[in-house]
Design a protein around this ligand. Sequence first.
Ligand code: NAD
Ligand code: IPM
Ligand code: MN
Length: 349
Amino acid sequence: MPSIAVLPGDGIGKEVINEGLKVLNFMGEKYSLNLKFEEFDIGAERFLKYGELIPDSILKRLETFDAIYLGAVGDPRVPAGILEHGILLKLRFHFDQYVNLRPIKLLNDRFSPLKKKGVNEINFTVIRENTEGLYAGIGGILKKDTQDEVAIQEMISTRKGVERIIRYAFEYAKNINGKLTLCDKSNVLTYSHGLWLRVFEELKKEYPEVQTDHYYVDAITMKMVRNPEIFDVIVTCNMFGDIITDLGAELQGGMGLAASGNINPNTVSMFEPVHGSAPDIAGKGIANPLAAILAAAMMLEYLGRKDLSDKIEGAIKISIDENLLSKDMGGNLSTGEVGDEIVKILKRG
Ligand code: NAD
Ligand code: IPM
Ligand code: MN
């Protein structure tokens, strides 16, 4: 009986997770999955009320689940960084979820922002390192609030950390018979990304069957826009992965469609939409739940049901074809109505 910890979080996180659960509950019943859900109220409300982020007791409980399903954290009432570091990054680091898998897959030509690039051209996966780099939280501030202030934010790359993510990416590319592209800035970050490049060159020898190439991060953004068809799998560091996947989200039709998995096959993995809590539209019932529903599909695939994950993606494709969409995608349905339509489509098939 797969057990799933549900952390809806803040803002539209709560709204979109509701719809993901609607779909998961339906699939659970239809295919006798016996899914067991438990919800945890982690986020701005708890922080504002009790000054608490994730209590150790909850962290311990989360260790017992098969997967975590997360909405988003972030609230204008809380200074930037507190919830992000104290909850989201805390979970990624605690569970050592070193792989951040972010598929960039356009589901319908109509939503391509690029002339002449459609579903055949925009279909690749970014594998973002998820526990090191500029996110390691190492650094400090000297002579704060003086004219001589210096702020230091260290970029950490360990051989173990770099090797495991690049190896994961080689395995992933090998399994899909695709090309692996390294995205770095080794021409400037000669220590940190010099290590990435050396490890990439070393592992290439172990995977002679995998075709490879290499772009600096600035140049890759040009290529992602001009020639997205050249990519199958991109492996990159934490910071660059964050940035290029927002660009990727737009290529696939917008933030409302981008899903991700924070993965470590040996601990507990966590699935979430790429977008945040979107305070600008929170509480209006207009958020697009498709990214959260796709994240739920990724979770089912991770739990061994790729067949059901494909069915959900198929249903989303139909909802796009039939324009059963929220406002950000040009439709007029509410968050809840989009979820209802996906369930209706799944009922048909
Ligand atoms: P955001 O992703 O929340 O919003 C960016 C823009 O995209 C906004 O205009 C928003 O309305 C729109 N948008 C995002 N998701 C949408 C959806 N599902 N449907 C329709 N429109 C959508 O990014 P932001 O504004 O930079 O961040 C807001 C807060 O969320 C911040 O506190 C940030 O730190 C946090 N954040 C959290 C996560 C996470 O928990 N995984 C991810 C990103 C940002
Ligand atoms: C994401 C988000 C997070 C990140 C923030 C909120 C910490 O932008 O998941 O892409 O930078 O990883
Ligand atoms: Mn991001």
